[in-house]
Write a protein that binds this ligand. Structure first.
Ligand SMILES: Nc1nc2c(c(=O)[nH]1)N(C=O)[C@@H](CNc1ccc(C(=O)N[C@@H](CCC(=O)O)C(=O)O)cc1)CN2
Ligand SMILES: Nc1ncnc2c1ncn2[C@@H]1O[C@H](COP(=O)(O)OP(=O)(O)OP(=O)(O)O)[C@@H](O)[C@H]1O
Length: 219
């Protein structure tokens, strides 16, 4: 396991995040492109309900998966209820807001250097496609350290379906979750769709073994 760490070791999340981002940035362009296509295809096949929902996704930043072809394809289906949303950072230590996005939307670069819709109503997502810098089989993720998605998922009721998107190079034995870490409902990589075990006991192993996720047999 590439970035696996021994249980009991205190993890420096900042250093880990940097290593994981660098690993992703080192992906050759053709591999990145293939992985993105595969992730889009898996999402389309495995989560058909999303094409009728308000779906938050992220603008590809630092070689995160590019989901725009999938979003465009879902928009093209024309199902009522479908709206693609992008996150808007309204302040540090705040939840994310979301605005509708389509290819013509006017964008601004936010405080983190990421394009976001410049104007429009804030809409509540019913599902979130969440990029990961790191993830583990229990469905925990590491992002950029702002805590934005954790805060957002903790605040929304009903909680949106949370689907992680990332590459196998981000897989770890355990990210050593902290109490605020929100678990993903599913994780999609170029290798498949993984569903973390539902049990909270398995999600936070006290010591030793780490629960492993279950592939859905898509391959
Ligand atoms: N594409 C994309 N957009 C997104 C997110 C995301 O994960 N991906 N976010 C998800 O929340 C929000 C932005 N969150 C971010 C938080 C911090 C940094 C950042 O650059 N942090 C610094 C310092 C990190 C540290 O202190 O360790 C850095 O990485 O250099 C970037 C984005 C909203 N938009
Ligand atoms: N529900 C919450 N309420 C208050 N603070 C929170 C909440 N969730 C996360 N935080 C704070 O946010 C900070 C960053 O958390 P963490 O390192 O897990 O970020 P991350 O998951 O990598 O970032 P992101 O969710 O933006 O991708 C932590 O200091 C944590 O205390």
């Amino acid at each position: 396991m590439a970035a696996g760490l021994m249980p009991g070791i205190i993890v420096d999340r900042r250093a880990l995040r940097k290593t994981l981002i660098e690993r992703r940035l080192a992906l050759p362009a053709d591999a990145w492109d293939g992985h993105c296509r595969r992730i889009c295809a898996l999402l389309q096949a495995s989560f058909p309900q999303l094409s009728g929902m308000r779906v938050g996704f992220c603008w590809p930043f630092r070689k995160e998966p590019d989901l725009r072809p999938l979003i465009t394809s879902w928009a093209g289906e024309g199902r009522p209820g479908f709206v693609a949303l992008l996150p808007v950072v309204i302040g540090e230590n705040r939840v994310l807001a979301f605005r509708a996005w389509s290819p013509g939307t006017v964008m601004v670069i936010d405080q983190h250097g990421i394009p976001a819709p410049a104007a429009g109503d804030f809409l509540i997502p019913q599902a979130l496609l969440i990029p990961v810098n790191g993830f583990d089989a229990a469905g925990h993720r590491i992002g950029y350290g702002g805590g934005y998605f954790d805060r957002t998922l903790a605040s929304l009721s009903p909680r949106p379906l949370a689907v992680g998107v990332g590459f196998e190079l981000a897989r770890m034995d355990s990210i050593h979750p902290e109490p605020h870490d929100q678990r993903l409902d599913a994780m999609v990589t170029e290798d498949g769709v993984f569903f973390p075990p539902p049990s909270a006991a398995m999600a936070r192993p006290a010591a030793g073994s780490v629960a492993s996720g279950t592939a859905d047999g898509d391959e």
